[in-house]
Design a protein around this ligand. Structure first.
Ligand code: ADP
Ligand code: ADP
Length: 233
């Protein structure tokens, strides 16, 4: 069974009397353990699709099965719950709480999961160790480099052991060397059995994924295994 299956998904936005078909008819199956890059020009529907896959939005038409659960008809509350349980988000802009330490940022999703403070701290510390930030736990985001901030965000995304990691331009604010480091970290996470979907504009970055899906005008234009996987390790 596919981990994630969307079938004939459309997403239509209405602004006043104007309608925009951001997704026309998109079908996609992703199995557990895949590392997929989603590419396409600006406006092709990548963010709209990622928002649906991340349970931030629901389709106007079509179905979305996540781990066997039909997500497309869920209420806001149900979506929030499935999001916390199943999805780990990594963003271009890191989205860390500026006044909280690295440890507090990583522990945050565990508060919503109802985990005790002692257990939260222990798990967050371990997650920071695993991304190489054991020595930076008490630092706030402005005391960390861009690459370190993204490592904190990756640790936070992983802390609830989600089914899928959704990374939206995770290297978009990083220099080349740091981008390669972060891709190395995502590769490690993939090798540990995690499923990753990555949006990127950069071919070099997409080449780290094992499958490349290209979108255009609200449709999937191509979907191919990547036969020349570039590894940084
Ligand atoms: P991409 O991420 O590939 O740049 P988007 O999914 O952001 O593409 O956008 C696809 C289309 O949908 C674009 O025409 C965009 O202007 C439109 N769009 C995206 N989000 C909204 C929104 N919230 N309201 C109205 N139109 C939107
Ligand atoms: P973009 O790719 O357009 O630069 P982001 O990557 O920051 O935007 O965010 C992608 C989508 O995720 C947006 O629709 C945004 O509203 C939503 N989002 C951003 N931050 C969070 C968050 N911390 N939790 C849930 N949703 C978020």
């Amino acid at each position: 069974m596919a981990l994630l299956q969307i079938t004939d998904v459309a997403r239509i936005y209405t602004i006043g009397s104007e309608t925009i078909e951001a997704l026309k008819s998109v079908s996609l199956r992703i199995n557990k353990g895949e590392f997929v890059a989603l590419m396409g020009p600006s406006g092709s529907g990548k963010s709209t699709l990622m928002n649906i896959l991340g349970c931030l939005d629901t389709p106007s038409r079509g179905s979305y099965l996540l781990n066997g659960t039909q997500v497309s008809e869920m209420t806001e509350d149900e979506l929030a719950e499935i999001r916390n349980k199943e999805i780990g988000f990594v963003f271009q802009t890191f989205n860390l709480l500026p006044k909280s330490t690295a440890l507090e940022n990583v522990a945050l999703p565990l508060i919503y999961a109802g985990i005790s403070k002692t257990a939260r701290t222990a798990r967050a510390a371990q997650a920071l160790e695993s991304v190489g930030l054991g020595q930076r736990m008490e630092h706030r985001p402005n005391e960390l480099s861009g690459g370190q901030r993204q490592r904190v965000a990756v640790a936070r995304a992983l802390i609830n052991k989600p089914s899928i990691i959704l990374a939206d331009e995770p290297t978009g604010n990083l220099d080349t060397r740091t981008s390669i480091e972060i891709m190395g970290l995502l590769e490690e996470i993939h090798q540990q059995g995690n499923t990753i979907i990555l949006v990127t504009h950069e071919e070099d970055i997409a080449q780290h994924a094992h499958r490349i899906v290209r979108m255009r005008d609200g449709l999937i234009e191509s979907d191919n295994p990547n036969l020349e996987i570039k590894s940084v390790s």
